[in-house]
Design a protein around this ligand. Structure first.
Ligand code: PEP
Length: 235
């Protein structure tokens, strides 16, 4: 049963997210063939209808209950809506917002101790990819520093930075090589992310050692997202 996740990033309002999630829930009530995650923006978090195969998560939060961190939200803000799932280490937080591995690892530890399901993202920039597989794996290993890879509620997402939001997915061979290598050390589910769309999701999710997909741009229309779940349900 694949894991299919939608990351809205800075898209969708509270109103459009609610509509999206309601249509998706309607579909998932009678189609329970995938484990689905949706990460709306902070302002769209809410206590949505509970379904066993649909998890609403936060794209980020600060590792604190409450505090004086202007512009951030803490665990109380997630708990208000029963949110127990969080994305940590997304490339936009690492590379656009400058989050360092030390802080990311603290965040991981904090939410792990609260029992959250964590989708932990890793991925190499283009200049590293161009140096080959060994350099890529070395780089990815640095993103595992101080991360408990045996955490039972961990899902890892391999998302090459150069493939995110560019329309240029990694090749099937690249995905296979990296996933095979990561799976030698990690038993937890491993998703691929980076320009996954309706045209390539089936092929990617059918690969050995690919347990599902994390999708940004191509998940924004709920009809497309549902089609992607449909297209992978036999895998
Ligand atoms: C993402 O944001 O995690 C992502 C994979 O984005 P996109 O699908 O747009 O490349």
């Amino acid at each position: 049963m694949p894991i299919i996740a939608a990351n809205f990033k800075t898209n969708h309002t509270r109103k459009s997210s609610a509509k999206y999630i309601s249509l998706l829930s309607q579909y998932l009530r009678t189609n329970s063939t995938a484990r689905v995650y949706v990460f709306p923006s902070y302002t769209a978090l809410d206590e949505y209808e509970h379904l066993a195969n649909l998890h609403i998560g936060a794209q980020n939060a600060y590792p604190t209950q409450t505090g004086s961190i202007t512009g951030e939200i803490g665990a109380v803000h997630l708990e208000e809506f029963n949110i127990k799932t969080i994305l940590i280490g997304h490339s936009e937080r690492r590379h656009v917002l400058g989050e360092k591995q030390e802080h990311i690892a603290q965040k991981f530890e904090y939410f792990k101790n609260l029992g959250y399901k964590i989708i932990y993202c890793i991925g190499e920039p283009l200049e590293v990819k161009e140096q080959g597989l060994e350099a890529t794996l070395d780089y990815l290993n640095t993103q595992f520093e101080n991360i408990d890879l045996n955490y039972e509620h961990l899902i890892v997402a391999y998302e090459p930075v150069w493939a995110i939001g560019t329309g240029k997915s990694a090749t099937i061979e690249d995905i296979q090589a990296v996933h095979d290598a990561i799976k030698q050390t990690i038993k937890q589910p491993l998703l691929y992310g980076g320009s996954v769309n309706l045209g390539n999701i089936e092929k990617i999710c059918a690969l050995n050692n690919v347990d599902g997909a994390l999708i940004g741009s191509a998940s924004l229309e709920v009809e497309d997202f549902i089609k992607m779940i449909e297209n992978t349900k036999e895998l």
